[in-house]
Design a protein around this ligand. Sequence first.
Ligand code: 5GP
Ligand code: MN
Length: 338
Amino acid sequence: MTKNDISDINALLTKPKQIVIVPHKNPDGDAIGSSLALYHYLKQKEHHVNVIAPNDYPGFLKWIPGEEVIIKHETETEKSDDLINKADIIFTLDFNALHRTGKMEAVLTRASAIKIMIDHHQQPDDYAQYVYSDVAMCSTCEMIYHFIEMLEDVPSINADIATCIYTGIMTDTGSFRFRSTTSTTHRVIADLIDKGANNAEIHNNVYDTNSFNRIQILGCALSNLKSIKAYNTAYITLSQDELNSFNFKKGDTEGVVNYALSLQDVVFAVIFIEHKKENIIKISLRSKGTFDVNKFARLHFNGGGHKNASGGRSELDLKNTVDKFISILPTYNKDLSI
Ligand code: 5GP
Ligand code: MN
């Protein structure tokens, strides 16, 4: 984002505008946190602001300040489309291509509003007039802090904004432990605590509110864990029947793949989750070090993301998806060696 971009955006925001904020489909803590942080910030500046998420998000995010105002396109399509068509400015947060919003893609593509992208995923598409893209950033939430900093308005960050930003940084960095966590991230976090983010409470709200079923799903996932020592790879499967037997709810499988990655010597970990309704296998890929799971997901599983965390999908059944995955590994023999 150039100085010129910032002064353009500053000028745009001098008068109250109709603003829509859009996170990606199946929004995570960073997507919801960044959207609501920007929502609170722009509301404070007297704009008319709506957050429109493509669909619902997990229960462990349903306490974030302002969460109750989020409109879901999936269930409130007409209202959402109307707001998007009337918007002066649309912020797209935590994604790099409009198809990441699922069924919102068409209406967003057609919308005449000025689009501003703030995102940390690799290879951003060229759909926005203003692009703040930085793949070195740990989270879109940290970028929202820096965006407000570029607007020279950090003193406007109140406790609600601080709480939203803290939440997304925490969830996207695995509680400040992934390589993307920098000393600047920690300085931002320190300032957010000073501004009223209650760190202990936020950790508790997100991580210590598990349902009994969620822990049982974790147990099932762990008993399905397989390790392929020759390629320093581990994977987990969860079938729809298994999920049903524990009354699966959105978000219950979030983070499970990290258990596979936590195995000694494993540099590549994958979870395959059957979604019978959509007839797909949803795949989450994680790596440690140099192995690039963004490339792997793009090339083989119709997905993408970051170098060490990506997602994708397969239209084969669960067994054939896993077989395909295993058959690809020898191609990466060198990249997966440690
Ligand atoms: P997760 O495995 O947690 O769903 O996603 C990991 C990362 O990959 C996230 O940053 C997410 O935005 C990205 N991602 C997940 N699924 C997809 C996908 O289907 N396509 C692309 N391009 N990125 C994805
Ligand atoms: Mn993110």
